[in-house]
Ligand binder design. Sequence first.
Ligand SMILES: Nc1ncnc2c1ncn2[C@@H]1O[C@H](COP(=O)(O)OP(=O)(O)O)[C@@H](O)[C@H]1O
Ligand SMILES: [Mg+2]
Length: 291
Amino acid sequence: MLSFVFVMIIMAQSSAERIIEVIDEEPTIKDKENPVTEVKDGSIKFENVSFQYSDEQNEDKFALKNINLDIKAGETIGIIGGTGSSKSTLVQLIPRLYDVTKGSIKVGGVDVKNYEIHTLRDAVAMVLQKNVLFSGTIAENLRWGDKEADQEELEEACKLAQADGFIKEFPSKYETVLDQGGTNVSGGQKQRICIARAMLKKPKILILDDSTSAVDTKTDALIRKAFREEIPNTTKIIIAQRVSSIEDADKIIVLNEGKIDGIGTSEELLKTNEIYREVYESQMKGGDEDA
Ligand SMILES: Nc1ncnc2c1ncn2[C@@H]1O[C@H](COP(=O)(O)OP(=O)(O)O)[C@@H](O)[C@H]1O
Ligand SMILES: [Mg+2]
């Protein structure tokens, strides 16, 4: 028994040392002196942006290579590309989850490095495919986006995200308790709650990284319609596997191996971009697949 306890103490000690190492790590992303504390609008500009995850100066290791983008406030941008083409990497640079290796990114005309980090991240809401809901009521989960939001604001955001309807069908409505991991709601319902939660932040830029994958195509279209009509000034960036999710975007970016392979409307890309045309044709042939 004693020797067992002794082993446990040794193990705990090394864990504690590792925790301290993590705590002591200097954050690489820090505020500048006198940072900018207001984001003017949701315009985004990438200028010659290259990015690598590791510090090795190895050209082959760049996840993004020489990206140039000019996105106006309020535009809807679709991003499509194979797994590993750096779609997620590209959008993560906008709220400065990582810093560019070369080049610069401007949001609202200001280099992201010049903002107070909280200001920037409040203005950029990101919804991921694997969103996290915690155990608690739906209302509590939503207020994670804005703890001051009143019931009316919750419902407004949920209507936009096409979540209000199914929430009101639950006997306890917005007070419905989600169990651990939210297993009492479907994948598509979870994704819609997460979109509503992001909406409550009233972001200038809204990024959906494959976050309507479990939503049926019809509801998916209704969400995009609501985006267009209700939040015209918010810049929307939608990463999707389904062409139908991005087809009506103002601009579609086709990424391939960390480079922009094509950029334009769906109509333009069908004429000029082979990757886009292939994906489009393979998905449209069998009719709309409903996930
Ligand atoms: N945190 C990370 N550290 C190192 N490499 C990563 C990290 N995240 C992604 N990568 C690599 O960067 C490339 C692009 O990944 P990602 O942006 O996730 O692609 P996509 O979203 O298009 O599937 C891949 O080669 C991937 O392995
Ligand atoms: Mg991804």
